[in-house]
Design a protein around this ligand. Sequence first.
Ligand SMILES: [Zn+2]
Length: 261
Amino acid sequence: MIHGFIPPERFFAYLTWQDIEMMTEKENTVIIQPIGAIEQHGYHLPLIVDAAISQGVLGKALSLLNPTIPAYSLPTLYYGKSNEHDGFAGTISLSAHTLYSLIEETVISIYQAGFRKLILMNSHGGQPQIMEIIARDLHQKFPDLSIFPLFTWKVPNITNELLTPEEKELGIHAGDAETSLMLALLPHQVKMDLAVKEYPRNLSSNLLSMEGNLPFAWLTREVSETGVMGDATVATQEKGYQILASLAQGWVKVIEEVYQF
Ligand SMILES: [Zn+2]
């Protein structure tokens, strides 16, 4: 089904143009663009992880959202900017410029339809900066457009409580959290027998890190053999259900706040 994890009554592309023309509270209606990536996630996870997480978490959140709050999911943007995974077969990467234009032109269309509140819900760690630049540029161009460049995992949620300290710091890709969540969302696409534990190698600095306050630019192939950065072997479906429920609750709160913003 084309709406995937999104409840059909919350799927923007199932509306007709007249449904949209006749909407009464369009300026407060929350439009959400789920954004992912098609990129390698080790031996055990499919390429679609980041897109599946955006759509899966959003679908769960929309199913819990008070039906009186108008909110719609746009079709998931599957492709992202994934050039840090260059060299791993199957990774599909848009340039920053292409991704910027694609989202910019999508948002302008939504604005022209009369909507004034839009969330960019991104699950891929390689592109939050692009979302922030787009949001600032479009808000400057259309000051009455409220636009929110948000990262799926940053809403209030319990994930960190379920991870070891080492995993919290170094498990940045295809590790415990993503694998557990995928076991909840798409269990038949996870090959747990191929899961590995691999933390980034060649990290010699105390001050400089991959994703900390003082980061350096990196490519996955420089720090990982399998493509995993984290411990996927300890992932469980039970943890995945807990993470999914908690992220969805966090997203319900965010959508409510955007509605009232
Ligand atoms: Zn990922």
